[in-house]
Ligand binder design. Structure first.
Ligand SMILES: Nc1ncnc2c1ncn2[C@@H]1O[C@H](COP(=O)(O)OP(=O)(O)O)[C@@H](O)[C@H]1O
Ligand code: SF4
Ligand SMILES: [Mg+2]
Length: 317
């Protein structure tokens, strides 16, 4: 049992293109299974539209699954009520991509970070200020910023404030949905270092979401690669980077600069991601796959275990 166990999770959205037309579904998440071990960093990677943020929203219980289960410490999160729901809300926190949109422009740093402490009655009133300052120090900010407003900070500083706010309630799991994507490249490493330090010091588990494989290489313990709502490859991070099996993982690695020495550098994976309303038959990746062969456009490859890792590709069946 992990801190989070996700079992056959699906989230379908109804789409109606015309009156009287057959009901169609957008399969944002389509049968995803994985566990996050206590204290581990689990990375979810894939191009835009692959369903990563939908998984995050499901894990946070912000939306209901179409089917499947999410267990937190063995308990079905849909069943949580009252005290168990409050405990869950406290234990699982999020850091979003856009640190500006996720801060209230009319609240000072002190108000922002002390709010969750008050809501969850985490400390005495007299201790609030010290606790807020400690949290700020843990993300590399000093007490003099306490009475400043979000617009007075840079993107990187705002993300630090968001991290301090998420940490205020001593969460067990941090869901980080592309926390570096809105920041300058020079700032990305600083924020990643803060998250890495936190993780090694406080044993927090992470669901770390990124479209960029470079970011997860040195931070995550396990990686799952998503494509059109499904996991196509899942392995320990070292194994995935040293020996990618799925052609999509290979393409993602080649499109990420400086990952593979001597590897071809491309900006993006060739071709567009097909619409999740109209998923190609057979292997969903076949229209873009350089290695496709006879069965690929007809038969759907299952996610299969191969020597302790998982891959869905006819090359490995
Ligand atoms: N509330 C919604 N209603 C309809 N479609 C949605 C909704 N949320 C997400 N989608 C669709 O689900 C797919 C996956 O989206 P998302 O989880 O945001 O992907 P990612 O985070 O990997 O970019 C996309 O095609 C997106 O347009
Ligand atoms: S099943 Fe075929 S099309 Fe799909 S990734 Fe494997 S080789 Fe490529
Ligand atoms: Mg997203």
């Amino acid at each position: 049992m992990g801190i989070i166990d996700i079992i056959a999770l699906r989230k379908y959205y109804p789409v109606k293109r015309k009156a009287f037309a057959k009901q169609e579904w957008l399969k944002a998440v389509d049968g995803v299974t994985f566990s996050i071990k206590d204290g581990a960093v689990f990375a979810l990677v894939g191009e835009s539209g692959s369903g990563k943020s939908t998984v995050a929203r499901l894990v946070l219980r912000l939306i209901q699954p179409t089917s499947g289960q999410i267990l937190f410490r063995g308990g079905d999160i849909q069943m949580f009520r009252g005290a168990s729901l409050r405990e869950f809300r406290k234990s699982v926190q999020i850091i979003f991509q856009d640190p500006f949109a996720s801060l209230n422009p009319r609240m000072t740093v002190y108000d922002t970070i002390s709010e969750p402490l008050k809501i969850h009655k985490m400390c005495e009133k007299t201790e609030l200020k010290d606790k807020v300052v400690n949290l700020l120090n843990s993300v590399g900010l000093q007490a003099e910023v306490l009475h400043h407003y979000p617009h007075e900070f840079s993107g990187g500083q705002r993300q630090r404030i968001c991290i301090a706010r998420a940490l205020a309630v001593s969460p067990k799991l941090l869901v980080a949905d592309e926390p570096l994507s809105a920041l300058d490249v020079s700032i990305q490493a600083q924020i990643l270092n803060i998250l890495q330090d936190l993780q090694s010091q406080s044993h927090i588990s992470f669901l770390f979401i990124s479209h960029d494989l470079r970011v997860v290489q040195y931070f995550s313990d396990e990686v799952a690669v998503m494509y059109l709502g499904k996991i196509v490859e899942h392995a320990q991070t070292e194994e995935l980077f040293s020996n990618p099996l799925h052609p999509y993982t290979d393409e993602l690695l080649m499109s990420a600069p400086k990952i593979k020495p001597g590897g071809k550098k491309r900006e993006i994976v060739k071709g567009d991601v097909p619409s999740p309303i109209n998923i190609p038959p057979g292997c969903p990746f076949h229209p873009r796959c350089p290695k496709r062969f006879d069965p690929c456009d007809t038969f759907i490859p299952e996610l299969k275990e191969i020597t302790g890792r998982f891959v869905s590709c006819h090359l490995f069946s």
